[in-house]
Design a protein around this ligand. Structure first.
Ligand code: LLP
Length: 467
């Protein structure tokens, strides 16, 4: 049947079948029923689409909670005092996806919360996460954001520039308080995917460079100010990383700075944060990422070894995973509209399958050339596979959701498609391009479906337009 469909450059991948935890691409609660329809936590996606419409983000609550808990338990175990360590804290990086319910879930599972704007901070506070369990990041924090963080007693403000040291010190003094601060150190290690390169200097906007002495200068300035308390050093090296070697190199660099500060000033930073960035599996072609227990054990081993070499006591350690907690827990449900065969230069054809969302609900394909997969979600196929490209409804040819995927040749208007692994950086990076309202976020549980974030309407958008 696929005779007229020339193979593309690389054969399109079929979506792996949902099978509990096995593929790591689908959340653990996704199954395919005998009639071909997917369910999440036992809820049929056709029912979800009927009740809530599409496109919709569906979060498998038990899966997300389970991933959060797995990180908390793994880091507790690997950094336990009984193992000669000083304990660990896992901060969920809210930028991956944050809503009041999700902030509550991760906190209930034993995590703290990393925020990077006043908006994320407001969600965390609305959820009732105590200030001391919240961290505030950001390379350009406003005075208001810093004041709010101080007023709620956040556990740490991660300072990102020398000017910010001064600003936080002044605002803390004005508020009559002492601000707990960490210094974001740029170690020169930049990682992503399998690749990591170590360079002396980094041409990017975040943090204070180790190599140039800026990080050390920030530390000295903090130690000299009464309204600041230096609680630790911070390093974040990148995102979607599956090779843990980069974290070890960065840990060595930050622990080295900590030892140098201790030797020269007598101040031993109590905590070191090694950031987030653990990769996930988007398609069957992606490597299987390390599990939380392996990540925690590798980092604990590196910290223990390096501190022994340096002759310094081990610090308390923290990490900030976002994607690896929220990403695999979510899928996006779309309805197919137009299906079009397009002739290719090599004489073959490609089937363009347009869905009712697109780059406004998932910008990652257009922005990073990210690979996703998709599957027919509401019925069994009655035909063999064709090379399909899942595209959106936006006025842009780069509006691609899934670049290459094998879909049944009978895919047609009204079909439901599910795209897995969209729980992180999907809704949180969504836009209203073309005045398209953003989809709702629905939690699927054994008790049914709950709306976490309601669907936006055109009325919502018009309400912002004052005419
Ligand atoms: N901590 C800091 C300081 C960060 O900057 C980030 C992510 C994280 C933690 C969490 O990283 P994760 O564990 O989620 O990889 N929009 C991009 C990802 C940008 C990440 C920015 N910082 C994407 O969609 O892939």
């Amino acid at each position: 049947m696929s005779g007229q469909h020339a193979a593309p450059e690389a054969a399109p991948l079929r979506a792996p079948e949902p099978d509990g935890a096995a593929t790591g691409v689908w959340s653990t609660g996704v199954r395919r029923g005998d009639d071909g329809a997917l369910s999440v936590a036992g809820v049929d996606v056709r029912e979800i689409a009927r009740t809530h419409g599409t496109p919709a983000y569906v979060v498998d609550e038990a899966d997300l909670r389970g991933r959060a808990r797995a990180f908390a338990e793994a880091f507790d175990a690997a950094f336990a005092e009984s193992a000669g360590m000083a304990g660990a804290d896992v901060y969920y990086a809210g930028k991956a996806f944050l809503s009041v319910a999700v902030a509550r879930w991760v906190h209930e599972e034993g995590l703290r919360l990393d925020t990077s704007t006043g908006g994320e901070l407001a969600v965390a506070l609305r959820a009732g996460v105590p200030g001391e369990a919240i961290g505030l990041h950001g390379n350009n924090k406003s005075d208001d954001e810093i004041r709010t963080a101080l007023a709620h007693g956040v556990g740490r403000i991660v300072v990102d520039s020398l000017a910010e040291v001064e600003r936080v010190a002044t605002l803390a003094a004005e508020a009559g308080t002492r601000a707990p601060v960490m210094v974001r150190v740029t170690t020169g290690v930049h990682a992503g995917g399998h690749d990591f390169i170590a360079t002396a200097h980094e041409d990017q906007k975040f943090g204070l460079s180790l190599a140039s002495g800026a990080a050390r200068k920030a530390v000295d300035e903090i130690l000299a100010r009464d309204s600041l308390e230096l609680v630790g050093l911070h390093s974040h090296i990148g995102s979607q990383i599956v090779d843990l070697a980069g974290f070890e190199v960065a840990a060595r660099a930050v622990l080295g700075l900590r030892a140098e500060i201790a030797a020269e000033t007598g101040f031993l930073a109590p905590e070191v944060d090694l950031g987030g960035g653990y990769g996930i599996r988007y398609t069957a072609a992606d490597d299987v990422p390390p599990a939380p227990a392996q990540i925690a054990a590798t980092l604990a081993d590196a910290v223990r070894r390096v501190c022994a070499e340096l002759g310094t006591p081990v610090p308390r350690v923290s990490v900030e995973p976002g994607r690896s907690i929220a990403g695999p827990a979510g899928l996006t449900l779309y309805t197919v509209g137009t299906v079009k065969e397009v002739a290719l230069d090599d004489g073959g054809t490609r089937t363009y399958v347009s869905v009712d969302g697109g780059m406004s609900d998932n910008i990652r394909t257009a922005l990073y050339d990210a690979a996703y997969t998709a599957t027919l979600a509401g019925r069994r196929p009655d035909a063999g596979a064709v090379t399909a490209r899942v595209v959106g409804k936006h006025c842009e040819s780069g509006d691609i959701v899934v670049r290459d995927v094998a879909l049944p040749a009978d895919v047609r208007a009204g079909d439901l498609l599910a795209v897995p692994a969209t729980g992180a950086y999907g809704r949180s990076m969504a836009s209203n391009y073309n005045m398209v309202p953003r989809p709702p976020v629905l939690a699927a549980t054994q008790d049914g479906v709950r709306v976490l974030v309601r669907r936006e309407t055109v009325e919502d958008l018009l309400a912002l337009d004052l005419g």
